[in-house]
Every structure is written in C-alpha cells, then in structure tokens.
Design a protein around this ligand. Structure first.
Ligand code: NAP
Length: 300
C-alpha cells in the first residue's frame, strides 16, 4: 500500500488514467494537475493548478510518457493550462522526492540535475520495454494490414534490430506465417535469430538483403534504411519505422522513389492506451512502494 504517500500527477494522456486508478486503489494521496477537463471523477483525488500545490509535501512527481519538451512544457490532453517544469519547482520538493517520466531530454535532465533530484525514466527499464513491445507489435500488425494489399502470411519481411521491440515483432510476424529475416550487428544476436528459426543477416549486408522484400520493419534508432538501401527495394515494399523520432529511414528518398515509408511512433498509446497505462501503473506502483520502504529505512 502507498498510504500517506503524496503524489503529484502532472499532465498526460489516457495512459495516466490507469496510473491514477491504480495509485488511488493503493491509498496514495494524489494531486492532479492538468486534468480539469477530464470527465471521469476519481474519489479522494484533488484537481489542482500548479500554483495551488504545496510541493514541499510531495513524495513523487509523475510526468507523462514524453516528460517535457525542450522548453520544459508538459503535454496534457485534458487541460488548456500551460504547465512548465522548472528547477524552481523541483527545488520546492523535499530532497527525497523522485520524478518519474517515460523518457527524458536535455532540458528535463538538466533541471533535475540542478535541483539534485532523482529522475526515473520508465521506458529505459527492460520490464517496461518488453511489456510495451506487446501493444507495439499489435500496432505494427495493424499498420501492415492497413497499408498493404497482400497478406502477412507468406510475405517476405525484414526486421531490423533484435532489441526488445525487434524480437517481439520478428516472432509475431513469423507466427503469422511471414518469411522473416532479421538484421543485426552482434554475433550473439545473429545466433539468437537463428535459434528462433528465423533467417539472420548482418547489417553490413543490408543492401543485398532487401532486394526481394515486401515489408521492412525498422526498430533501430539510427539511420539504417539509407537511400542506397531503399534504392534496392522492390517498388511495392512497405517500410514501417518503429524507431523513436526521427526514425532510421531516409524518408525523403523513399518518397522520391515512390516507396511507402511510415514513421509509426507511440503505437502502444494509440492502439491500446488502457494496456499501455496498466503496464506503467504496475511498474510505478512497485517502484513507489520500494522507494517508500527505502525512505522509511533512511528515517529509522
Ligand atoms: P533496444 O532494446 O535498445 O533495441 C535497439 C536495437 O537497435 C538493438 O538491437 C541495437 O543493437 C540496435 N541498434 C542501436 N543502434 C544501432 C546502430 N547504430 N546500428 C545498428 N544497430 C543498432 O530498443 P527497443 O526497446 O527495442 O526500442 C527500439 C526503438 O523503438 C526505440 O527507438 C524505441 O524508442 C522505439 N519504440 C517505438 C515504439 C513505437 O510505438 N513505435 C514502441 C516502443 C519502442 P546493438 O545491441 O547491437 O546496439
């Protein structure tokens, strides 16, 4: 239980609702900032403006998945209030206050560091990334169906990268009957691809490996699907780029060549916000409880 823990939930989208629900069940005291247009009511939860919060009593501060933008602004779909996270605000929190977000950027890292607080990026955790790969796969399948006129079954599919997303995507497309090859650069990844019953190839060979592709799914957050690679693809190839912005594809060249290339970020929040929220809520509940225990031990 999180009884007596005071948590400020600042901005976000539908995923935050599952987090609010879970933390309320666990008896935490929640202050919601940037949710005043939300139709759902949570009992015992207070809606506040930024200047209405006594940050000195806050044990944890929950930011939405993107954290802030480079100006410190927090995205919120349930409010028109402009919310900015600053060093001054963080300095008002007690030293043990932990800031949680999905990802971070230069701005957020810098203000957290200056305020000497701890930032936890949930999407850096293997457990979150692996659970999150499940709705990502479903979104990828949806995109492949929407943007092709052939079945996934028997399609020639290349997955680039064997990380947490790449592995799940490759396995799911294989089980749907696609002929899946996976590109990686580490020999242990090539061995794993082979063990999974899939065709491995080294990324150095990518230009030759894309000659007969129907679908190319990139999960590598670096420019990997370069113009010279796209030039070798059949004209009907669909590129689905899952890597974080700006993706790993030369989209300008793909368009010039008439190859459909789609950057598809944030699929879990689009295809399954409830599940995506539950994944974050479960991990957060565990982390907050652990933090609470550590805090109590420090006080003793
Ligand atoms: P990950 O576990 O770190 O995997 C990344 C893979 O890319 C690894 O196999 C890594 O191989 C490879 N890689 C990285 N840099 C490379 C380079 N310069 N050249 C060749 N290979 C390289 O990450 P993940 O959790 O699978 O996530 C992959 C991407 O998808 C991230 O950008 C993430 O933000 C994004 N994502 C998108 C969605 C969505 O909805 N679109 C959902 C979740 C995640 P090595 O081990 O050899 O470095």
């Amino acid at each position: 239980m999180l009884t007596d823990m005071q948590i400020a939930v600042i901005g976000g989208d539908a995923r935050q609702l599952e987090i609010i629900r879970k933390l309320t069940e666990l008896d935490a005291k929640l202050f919601l900032i940037g949710f005043e247009q939300l139709q759902i009511q949570f009992t015992g939860v207070e809606n506040e403006k930024m200047d209405g919060i006594d940050f000195s009593t806050i044990d944890a501060l929950l930011l939405p998945v993107p954290g802030t933008n480079e100006k410190g602004e927090v995205e919120t779909i349930f409010s028109n209030e402009k919310i900015v996270i600053t060093e001054e605000i963080l300095l008002k929190t007690p030293p043990h206050c932990v800031i949680y977000s999905g990802i971070s950027n230069g701005y957020l890292n810098s203000v957290v560091k200056k305020a000497e607080r701890r930032l936890v990026q949930l999407f850096e955790r293997d457990d979150v990334a692996i659970y999150n790969s499940i709705p990502t796969v479903e979104g990828t399948i949806m995109m492949a169906i929407q943007h092709t006129d052939f079945t996934i079954h028997h399609a020639k599919v290349a997955v680039l990268g064997l990380g947490r997303v790449g592995m799940s995507v490759a396995r799911a497309f294989h089980h749907l009957g696609a002929k899946v090859k996976v590109g990686a650069r580490k020999s242990e990844h090539l061995a794993r691809i082979s063990e999974m019953g899939l065709e491995p190839f080294h990324l150095d060979e990518i230009k030759a490996e894309v000659r007969d592709l129907d679908i190319c799914i990139n999960t590598i957050p670096a420019l990997i699907v370069k113009a010279a690679v796209i030039a070798n693809m059949p004209a009907h190839t669909l590129i689905i780029d899952l890597a974080s912005k700006p993706g790993g594809t030369d989209f300008r060249y793909a368009e010039k060549r008439g190859i459909k290339a789609i950057l598809a970020p944030g699929l879990p929040g689009i295809v399954a916000p409830k599940t995506a929220g539950k994944i974050l809520a479960n991990v957060l509940a565990k982390l907050l409880a652990e933090n609470d225990i550590n805090q109590e031990e420090t006080v003793k």
